[in-house]
Design a binder for this molecule. Structure first.
Ligand code: GAL
Ligand code: MG
Length: 990
């Protein structure tokens, strides 16, 4: 039995020194294809391997019987072994380093392959990713051990392999010493999860190389530092231009610096790549080269001398069916979704991705913060704190000599492997692992080894006074409130640029505060941007329900005892990469063009190009719509002027602004030409400018006036007109029946409404809401009476809302006037108890007939919108249905509201229904589900539709924010007024 996996002194046994990633080819033509699978020097060993699973390494038999087969790559939890488990911070095993549980699940893999050994060549076996560690046996002989799940490990097997049949046995353990440094917020999965291959290497060869590019007065220089082994080689270096033409060819002995005149520079907006070919007698290596320079000057991050902003996301390797296994096609799809939503940067949270990932980012144009496989977050959950503050507790492992070499090793493995990629602009030392000598050393090593990039580590936030963080080029924070950012730049205690390596937590319905952060990113030159947490929801495919609904499992759904619920479901896209409304929001918040009115008559707009490198007319076109009272009265396209990056220009609008009604201009920006992942005509974003304020009212036929009769009993007030019969309940203080032309509009009584199904971002405040009884408020009508006035009936009522055992939440003074056409005007004056938390919402709820589910509204749409999350939407006249209006999240919650509505009409297929409109814009929600149902259910596939169509009309609905991990909802987005008025009308629609 081997116990290297619990020994901090044996991180690796017999592995080759780590090197830059490349695949050798036997000739230039195949090397230039960039497709490694066609290299005759690479034998991919993916496929079905013999397999045996043992729940406990400690009691594994000496002789393994391989009873099963398993796919390589895969994770065994998704192949029917072991158990799925999602935990965030807490270690899923006792904290007792360097030991891990004896009951350590083990997967034994075996495969044979045949080889024709060639004299003088070396044979190297490469593993690109194995979680958590492996023992390798070759033809029955123990060959070595390695760990660090997300880094490449290689073994030279030349002396163990024979010509003919060879057998590889790989024993993978679920936990090892390294697991203490892999406490990332993720499903914990195990196995050989990335490619495995054998490389045939020439004896005398280029073993490793570093490409650097520098800009100078003459253009640029591509320099290559070569490391050769196995004998004398004088590599031939060739540099090809992006169009394939030859730029330089020379022997390394003649010099390894290749000058490039008038270089085309690489940026995410202009991902032009040169090709370097390194040729020795027996091998050819091709490397794409992006010429670019990144640095910090005067506290500003500059790329090729120009300020650059990162509109980033954090991305984990994850897929609902395959777990950690990501194919190139899947990654390209992710990059496509990102590019189509204006995202230009990825933080590889929280470990290096597959080695070909930076190649694709070079090709498609995506900046990377490349992160080392280090996280030890779980130390903050230990029982005893020994009087330590959070900084000290967080840094327990970072300050422990036992981990020093392991941390350094992981940082080196990341930087060494990926250092030849233009896309990588920052190295990250890891995530949430505190700070201490280990990180000082690792950071200093990074700066010495690769001074051409920035060094990043958010964990420096936990540095104590005795620590040196000067090797970090940038200050990194996660989820700070806006005030911290303002303080950072206004008080300049630190001159370094600021990046938010995580912000606007995209869990569930959210994030709500993207625009607020974006304003600061634009305000401060030193604020180089942020990375949304996170790109995708993580969940496990659980098949479908009988009625065909997709089932996704999150923490706890696999029966695991320790888990963190749905905290893994916090992405901008669903597990199968469907953009959530948060993604649409982010796309428009970071749109590359931005307009505002520059002349008061609205005839001219000022357009700003927010790209960092391309001029506006190089990438975008504009389509405008002039809209009056919700109807397009003129539209057309405009060519954009040559607006340089970060510059603005005036644009004269080809129309006169009508002098009546609500007038808006919508400006849609779209791509001019096909790009590899973004088609021509793709919407990059839009602006809506208000040229004339005004309310938009529905065109409803006026009903005939008729005489009204009023009847009153102890419990109700009845109103009878020609063709309508209304009943007002003295128990609820609202109407409980509205019959128009013999059709009941209220299939259940109207209700006062202060609750909403808590969003993930409400998870902290909703505890207070429940304490205050907002979820179970009862209505008590204190007074209600009706009088006839000028042919109309005026009902006044005083209503109290309160929950059992708690004091009053609100007092409502209501006045409902019903006129001779059957139109109801409601005037509410509300006093809210100032001692209680802000309200989720305030309004009324209608339970309409199920068939009454077609809506038309004038408000922010077509997707859901909130006070602080409406930048993906615009004011307009929209049609929807209760079903279409539902915005799906795996964990049910408030969704589908529309901010700033003038009216909403809800009708059945025959056009009968009701209309709610207001003098002052209100929030509207139409749903097939009740908020109680959305509150109660834990998964979307469990939702049961209401028997009614539920319509909410709210004075206000509190904003969304991102408090699931970020700061509290900003005060301006809270419904916290203690005195307010809400007036609205209810009109029958025939
Ligand atoms: C951060 C962490 C991420 C993730 C996020 C919450 O603290 O770095 O890995 O856990 O919080 O979703
Ligand atoms: Mg963490």
């Amino acid at each position: 039995m081997h116990y290297e996996h619990e020994n901090p002194e044996t991180l690796h046994v017999n592995t080759l020194p780590s090197r830059a990633y490349f695949i050798p080819f036997s000739n230039e033509q195949t090397a230039l294809s960039g497709e490694r699978e066609i290299s005759d020097r690479m034998t991919l060993l993916n496929g079905d391997w013999d397999f045996a699973y043992f729940p406990s390494y400690a009691v594994m038999p000496d002789t393994i019987e391989y009873t099963d087969t398993i796919a390589v790559p895969s994770v065994w939890q998704l192949k029917g072994y072991d158990q799925n488990q999602y935990t965030n911070v807490r270690y899923p095993f006792p904290y007792d380093p360097p030991y891990v549980p004896a009951e350590n699940p083990a997967g034994a893999y075996r495969r044979t392959f045949s080889l024709e050994k060639r004299e003088g060549f070396r044979y190297q076996l490469h593993f690109e990713g194995v979680d958590s560690c492996l023992y390798l046996t070759v033809n029955g002989t123990y060959a070595g051990f390695t760990q660090v799940s997300h880094s490449t490990s290689a073994f030279d097997l030349t002396d163990l392999l024979i010509s003919g049949e060879n057998t590889l046995e790989v024993l993978v353990l679920k936990w090892c010493f390294g697991s203490y440094l892999e406490d990332q917020d993720k499903f914990r999965m195990s196995g050989i999860f990335r490619d495995v291959y054998l490389l045939e290497r020439a004896g005398a060869r280029v073993e490793d190389f570093t490409v650097r590019t520098t800009l100078n007065a003459d253009g640029a220089e591509v320099s290559v530092a070569l490391e050769t082994v196995g004998g004398a080689v004088d590599p031939l270096l060739t540099l090809y231009a992006p169009d394939g033409s030859l730029i330089a060819r020379q022997r390394a002995s003649e010099g390894t610096a290749l000058p490039v005149r008038s270089p085309m520079l690489w940026t995410a907006e202009t991902p032009v790549l040169y090709t370097l070919v390194i040729q020795t007698e027996d091998e050819v290596i091709a490397q794409k080269v992006g010429i670019r320079e990144i640095c910090v000057e005067n506290g500003v991050v500059l790329l090729n001398g120009s300020p650059v902003k990162f509109h980033g996301v954090n991305r984990h390797d994850s897929d609902p069916k395959t777990g950690f296994i990501i194919s190139q096609e899947q990654l390209i799809r992710d990059l496509q979704v990102m590019k189509q939503h204006n995202i230009n940067a990825i933080r590889t949270s929280h470990y290096p991705n597959a080695p070909w990932m930076p190649e694709l980012c070079d090709r498609y144009g995506m900046y990377l913060i490349s992160e080392s496989d280090v996280e030890s977050h779980g130390v903050v959950m230990l029982y005893a704190d020994h009087g330590m503050n959070l900084k000290q507790r967080f840094s327990l492992i970072a300050r422990d000599p036992m981990f020093e070499e392991a941390i350094a090793d992981r940082v080196r493995l990341n930087v060494q492997r990926d250092r030849n990629h233009a896309c990588i602009v920052m190295w990250s030392l890891g995530n949430e692992a505190g700070f201490g000598p280990a990180f000082e050393k690792a950071g200093r090593w990074v700066k010495a080894y690769d001074p051409t990039r920035l060094c990043h580590y958010e964990g420096a936030y936990y540095a104590q006074e005795d620590c040196d963080t000067s090797m970090l080029d940038i200050t990194s924070r996660m989820y700070p409130p806006l005030t911290d950012i303002i303080d950072y730049f206004e008080n300049k205690r630190d001159q370094r640029p600021l990046v938010l390596c995580e912000y606007i937590h995209a869990m569930g319905n959210g994030p709500g505060d993207a625009q607020n952060y974006q304003e600061l990113i634009e305000r401060y030159p030193g604020f180089c941007g942020g990375f949304v947490w996170e790109f995708c929801d993580h969940a496990i495919d659980g098949g479908h329900t009988a009625d065909g609904r997709q089932i996704y499992h999150y923490g706890g759904d696999s029966g695991e005892a320790l888990h963190d619920g749905n905290f893994c479901v916090d992405g901008l896209v669903s597990p199968d990469r469907k953009p959530h409304t948060g993604m649409l929001e982010y796309r428009n918040v970071i749109r590359p063009l931005c307009a505002r009115i520059s002349e008061t008559d609205g005839s001219s707009i000022s357009l700003t190009n927010r790209m960092d490198f391309l001029a506006a007319d190089e990438f975008a076109g504009l389509r405008y719509e002039l809209v009056q009272n919700g109807k397009i009265i003129q539209e057309g396209s405009l060519a954009l002027p040559h607006i340089l990056p970060h510059q603005s220009a005036q644009l004269r609008m080809p129309f006169d602004v009508p002098s009546e009604g609500a007038v808006l201009v919508n400006l849609f920006y779209h791509t001019l030409a096909d790009q590899p992942l973004v088609p021509k005509g793709h919407l990059l974003g839009f602006d809506q400018l208000t040229l004339r304020e005004g309310r938009v009212m529905p065109a409803l036929p006026k009903r005939q006036e008729s005489a009204l009769t009023l009847e009153e009993t102890k419990t109700r007030i009845s109103l009878l007109g020609d063709g309508f019969h209304y009943s007002f309940s003295k128990i609820t203080g609202l109407f409980d029946s509205l019959i128009v032309e013999n059709r009941e509009m209220l299939v259940a009584p109207m209700a006062w409404n202060i609750w909403r199904a808590p969003t993930d971002n409400d998870q902290y405040i909703s505890v207070e809401w429940v304490k205050a009884g907002y979820n179970e408020a009862q209505t008590r009508v204190l007074k209600a009476s009706a009088v006839e006035r000028n042919g109309a009936v005026v009902i006044t009522a005083e209503i109290a809302l309160a929950a059992v055992f708690r004091e009053r939440i609100a007092t409502i003074h209501a006045c409902f006037t019903v006129n001779r056409r059957g139109e109801i005007s409601s005037e509410l004056t509300v006093q809210k108890n100032g001692d209680m938390p802000f309200l989720p919402r305030f309004g009324v709820r209608f339970f309409l007939p199920k068939a009454c589910d077609q809506a038309e509204y004038y408000g922010y749409g077509p997707t859901e919108s909130y006070e602080d999350k409406h930048y993906a939407t615009r004011l307009g006249l929209f049609k929807t249905t209760a079903a279409e209006n539902y915005a799906d999240t795996i964990m049910p919650q408030e969704n589908g509201s529309h901010y700033r509505c003038d009216y909403v009409t809800v009708t059945n297929a025959q056009g009968g229904g009701l209309c709610v409109l207001s003098e002052t814009p209100f929030s509207m929600n139409l749903s097939p589900y009740t908020q109680e149902e959305l509150t109660a259910k834990r998964h979307n596939y469990e939702l049961e539709e209401s028997d009614y169509t539920v319509l909410c009309a709210d004075y206000r609905l509190s904003g969304i924010g991102s408090n699931s991990c970020g700061p509290e909802l900003l005060p301006e987005y809270r419904l916290d007024e203690t005195d307010f008025r809400f007036s609205f009308q209810i009109l029958p629609v025939l």
